[in-house]
Design a protein around this ligand. Structure first.
Ligand code: HEC
Length: 195
């Protein structure tokens, strides 16, 4: 049986999810997304090394880590609901991977060379799905990438939750499984039990 506080929490959840987040995205005066300067202090979700979506593409000449972070209050809401709230800001950082640093003789470490910062933001101003993509070529601001770009179609077709690649963020994948918020397309593609 539900106890009163649990019921109350359930009733308040939709309200909670529409409250603005204090650490969400900010914009410049001309409407561009401001560079998320604090992202290295946000929650770490996962990392990939030399990932490619096409197995026919040869190994890159530059080895690269991609590391994903999200603003802490969005992470907290995801843990409660299994979905991302309005004001979610996810950052994909590309940085150099090197094999000959200091005493290391095998494997790779981060060189510290920043090679790109891409951002995925959930805010209703983006229309329809609410999700918008940005790619920074400077540490100040970036324009919204148009909805026709491949960013949107690949994420819509293949990402596990709310067009985000939760299948590569182990702690969140567990949450999404428990809350049953996995995208049916993903469940089908992976041959998982839809229950
Ligand atoms: C062919 C598929 C594909 C395309 C096209 C693509 N992505 Fe992604 N994206 C991924 C995958 C896979 C991950 C998970 C990365 C990881 O595990 O490190 C990801 C993760 C991200 C993330 C981290 C947050 C999230 O949604 O999971 C951002 C930000 C991102 N991509 C931005 C972009 C931008 C900007 C573009 C277009 C310029 C783009 N992506 C195009 C497959 C794609």
């Amino acid at each position: 049986m539900f106890r009163l506080p649990a019921l109350l929490a359930l009733a308040l959840l939709p309200l909670l999810n529409s409250q603005p987040l204090h650490d969400g995205p900010t914009y410049t005066a001309d409407g561009q997304l401001a560079f998320p300067t604090q992202y290295r202090e946000w929650v770490f979700l996962g990392a990939g090394l030399d990932m490619s979506y096409d197995k026919n593409v040869s190994a890159p000449t530059h080895s690269m880590f991609n590391t994903v972070f999200v603003n802490p209050s969005a992470y907290a809401r995801f843990k409660q609901t299994g979905h991302w709230p309005e004001g979610t800001e996810m950052v994909l950082e590309n940085s150099g991977a090197i094999s000959d640093a200091s005493i290391n003789k095998r494997g790779k470490t981060m060189s510290g060379e920043l090679m790109g910062v891409e951002v995925h933001v959930l805010e209703s101003q983006h229309g329809q799905s609410g999700w918008g993509f940005y790619s920074f070529d400077n540490p100040v601001s970036a324009k919204l990438i148009p909805a026709t770009a491949s960013c949107y179609s690949c994420h819509q077709q293949h990402a596990a939750v709310d067009t985000t690649f939760v299948q590569f963020y182990p702690a969140l994948l567990e949450v999404a499984r428990a809350k049953h918020t996995l995208d049916p397309k993903y469940v089908k593609a992976e041959g998982l039990d839809p229950k």
